[in-house]
Design a protein around this ligand. Structure first.
Ligand code: ASP
Ligand code: MG
Length: 406
């Protein structure tokens, strides 16, 4: 049996007309001889609206009741889509997360899928039914409703595909994965094929169209993924394993940038590994997510330690360092709130040397100061002044062939 799992995001089912159009698209797939399972998100901005209703009741809504509320969004979408399929003469049945026993951990709004029982899906297939499943939701061992975190329907789709040994198609409002978010790089190019490793880096940088955990799971269970637009026939992006025919010709596959971090520099710390541990240990204890780190030891045995953290954690960092300053008054610190973190990602970096040099060359030729750099096997990240973000994006986009050529 040829099974395909298709996922339609909120904008794809944002109105009754769109739901009818999605039904036609599913029917077409069915006519090609596939058994189709469809995962749907809540219609349009429903989840946002439900969240604001809850916030109007309480600043800190009860987490269990929040999931009771949020899961209704997807339930509306699955029933309407199923009705649309039936009214067009096809057999279809919708299931909530509870009905399919999408078992999750119990942390409300951040639950993780543990297992899914596919027996009802298989039964429905035997009756020749199209199966429509609510994304983003699950149920704990105690039958409490849970949700998987914003954008979690992608993860529902991949998990179901993994259980069914099926391929997974993600339909959305853009035509696939782009070299960069087109809102930041207007001429960003659509990527035809991207590797899982690159896609995971892009998703974790917040640049991808997909939920990070979904990509991670697809990689783990070797689920073929395809991302494309719901209402266009343009081919989308295939996510594939390395070595499966050739990837893009370029060394750099994509770029991401964010303005959400700040740079903290601690000056005059007595140099010792113990002190590094104390600093980052205390940040970790208070759940501050440190990203880039660089440190330097001066001739007189002092350390300069510079690191980036999310803006909202500034007061925690200041608290930790000022407590230390009580003990050692010469410790000082500087905060830079105006930074942009730019990253380029590409498998080609493994085999091509000089990618970092290429970045530095472009920065140097344009007199752009680099405040910090880190590299990993397939990623280079560097920090510049936030007012230079757009300029850097344009320069790197052109320099590394990430834009469409006219
Ligand atoms: N409806 C949920 C959200 O808006 C889940 C999803 O769209 O994937 O976050
Ligand atoms: Mg959504």
């Amino acid at each position: 049996m040829n099974i395909v799992v298709q996922k339609y995001g909120g904008t794809s089912v944002g109105s009754v007309d769109k739901i009818k159009a999605v039904a036609d698209k599913i029917i077409k797939k069915r006519a090609e001889g596939f058994q189709v399972v469809v995962i749907v998100s809540a219609m349009g901005k429903t989840t946002d609206e439900l969240l604001s209703l809850a916030k109007a009741i309480s600043d800190t809504p009860d987490p269990r009741e929040m999931d009771m509320l949020l899961t209704t969004g997807e339930q509306v979408a699955i029933s309407l889509l199923s009705m649309a399929l039936i009214s067009k003469g096809h057999s279809a049945v919708s299931f909530t997360g509870h009905q399919l026993n999408i078992q999750t951990t119990s942390l409300h709004q951040k639950a993780r899928i543990k297992d899914i029982s596919i027996s009802r899906v298989i039964e429905a297939f035997e009756d020749n039914k199209i199966v429509v499943v609510a994304g983003f939701q699950g149920v704990t061992d105690n039958h409490e409703y849970t949700t998987l975190g914003r954008g979690g329907s992608d993860t529902s789709a991949v998990a179901l595909a993994a259980k069914l040994g099926a391929r997974c198609e993600i339909y959305t409002d853009v035509e696939g994965i782009y070299t960069m978010d087109p809102r930041k790089l207007t001429k960003a190019r659509k990527i035809n094929k991207i590797s899982y490793a690159e896609m995971m880096e892009m998703a974790s940088l917040g640049a991808g169209v997909m939920h990070y955990r979904a990509v991670e799971m697809a990689n783990k269970y070797k689920i073929p993924l395809y991302v494309a637009s719901t209402f266009s026939e343009e081919p989308g992006t295939i996510i594939q394993f390395e070595g499966e025919d050739s990837m893009e010709e370029t060394v750099i596959t994509g770029m991401a940038s964010n303005l959400e971090d700040i740079q903290v520099t601690v000056i005059n710390l007595p140099s010792s590994t113990g002190n590094l541990y104390r600093l980052f240990g205390q940040l970790a204890d208070r759940e501050v997510n440190v990203d880039m780190i660089s440190h330097m030891i001066t001739e007189d045995g002092k350390m300069y330690v510079s690191f980036t953290i999310p803006k909202e954690d500034l007061s925690i960092a200041e608290d930790i360092i000022s407590n230390w300053q009580q003990e050692i008054p010469e410790i000082k610190w500087e905060i830079n709130k105006n930074i942009a973190k730019i990253s380029v990602v590409g498998l080609g970096m493994r085999t091509h040397s000089g990618v970092a040099a290429g970045v530095f060359k472009i920065m140097a030729e344009n007199n752009i100061e680099i405040k910090m750099v880190t590299t990993s096997e397939i990623k280079i990240t560097w920090v510049v002044d936030s007012c230079l973000e757009e300029k850097v994006i344009t320069l790197i986009g052109k320099g590394f062939g990430l834009v469409t050529v006219e």
